[in-house]
Design a protein around this ligand. Structure first.
Ligand code: ZN
Length: 328
């Protein structure tokens, strides 16, 4: 049986529209009816015409016209002949680039994750970005008493900041360029916020730590300035935690990486293996279900799927819109 759906097509930079598309379920695939979709920072890069290299999660090669969308979730409405892991009616979280800005999407079973018990669907549909950020927060090796700096107060940075505080960091510092994001960070428990356009984060972190530097710095902004500031503010033998995806070459001063014996931790959940992601995802969502991490304050704007143009215009122009969602 085939399903007809509206689906987003990014024809070129700043040119997104909905088209009609027919989905035919392959033997090893399922069709999912979406409940909610999210706009990711990487979708924004696509929209602005900055296409990343192809990775394993992409169904389509990253070139225009590109069928956009990866953050969503919903209910399985059709399963292929060889599928044994899912049944019609199961609630699932999407973990793949399958043109998810749509009423329905087609997915391989390994690109899905069952919705854990107790997690409401509005949050489950943001399960991919939440899990990615929580995985970083859980694996950052933050210890009781640490001074932790999060570079970038976007959706991920805000979650990692909350995790760091809950794990017993003494001081959590969020650095961003936008007051709106820094205000939200404060509201959610961050001790100190630094606006990098007005203040020097390296000098402030040094001052706060008696000249020593931060124990852990999580890079969740993805710019050369952010990487370079992070490299300067980590203490001797401190931890550099990678989160963001930098898709273009940048110039870095990495002398201290050697001289000061910095440690590096790659905390990108979906770039290990899907098996590891499958095991980790329920763990990453547990503190969300128990309410130890506030996600709802980060969902700042909601649109209907047919308003996808407006949603992307807002994403492009208003950087204080932390997580924009679309409803079919
Ligand atoms: Zn994403």
């Amino acid at each position: 049986m085939a399903v007809i759906t509206r689906a987003a097509l990014l024809k070129g930079p700043y040119d997104i529209d909905l088209i009609e598309k027919k989905l035919v379920c392959g033997d090893d695939e399922v069709i999912v009816k979406n409940h909610l979709m999210g706009i990711c920072g990487s979708d924004k890069l696509f929209y602005r015409g900055k296409l990343p290299p192809k990775t394993a999660e992409f169904r389509h090669p990253p070139k225009f016209p590109f069928p956009l969308g990866h953050e969503s979730g919903g209910t399985v409405v059709e399963v292929g002949l060889k599928v044994s892991e899912y049944q019609v009616g199961d609630k699932v979280i999407a973990f793949g680039w399958n043109n998810n800005y749509a009423d329905y999407f087609l997915s391989k079973t390994w690109q899905l994750q069952p919705v854990p018990k107790g997690l409401e669907m509005d949050l489950a549909c943001l399960g991919e970005p939440i899990s990615c950020a929580m995985y970083s927060g859980l694996n950052s090796q933050v210890q009781l008493g640490d001074t932790v700096v999060i570079m970038g107060g976007g959706f991920a940075g805000q979650i990692i900041a909350q995790c760091s505080k809950a794990k017993g960091a003494h001081k959590v510092i969020v650095v961003d360029t936008l007051e709106g994001k820094l205000k939200i960070a404060k509201k959610l428990g961050t001790d100190i916020t630094i606006n990098i356009t007005k203040e020097d984060p390296v000098a402030i972190v040094k001052e706060l730590t008696g000249g020593i530097g931060a124990d852990v710095v999580v890079e969740a902004a993805g710019s050369a300035d952010s990487f370079n500031a992070a490299s300067e503010m980590i203490r001797h033998n401190g931890k550099f935690v990678f989160y963001s995806w930098v898709t273009e070459p940048i110039t870095l001063n990495i002398s201290r990486w050697h001289d000061d014996g910095l440690q590096f931790i790659n905390t990108c959940l979906v770039h290990h293996t899907w098996q590891e992601r499958f095991v980790w995802t329920p763990e990453t969502l547990r503190p969300v279900i128990t309410g130890q991490v506030d996600i709802k304050s980060l969902v700042t704007n909601e649109f209907k799927l047919e308003q996808i143009k407006e949603a992307f215009e807002l994403a492009d122009n208003d950087d204080t819109a932390i997580k924009i969602t679309l409803r079919p």
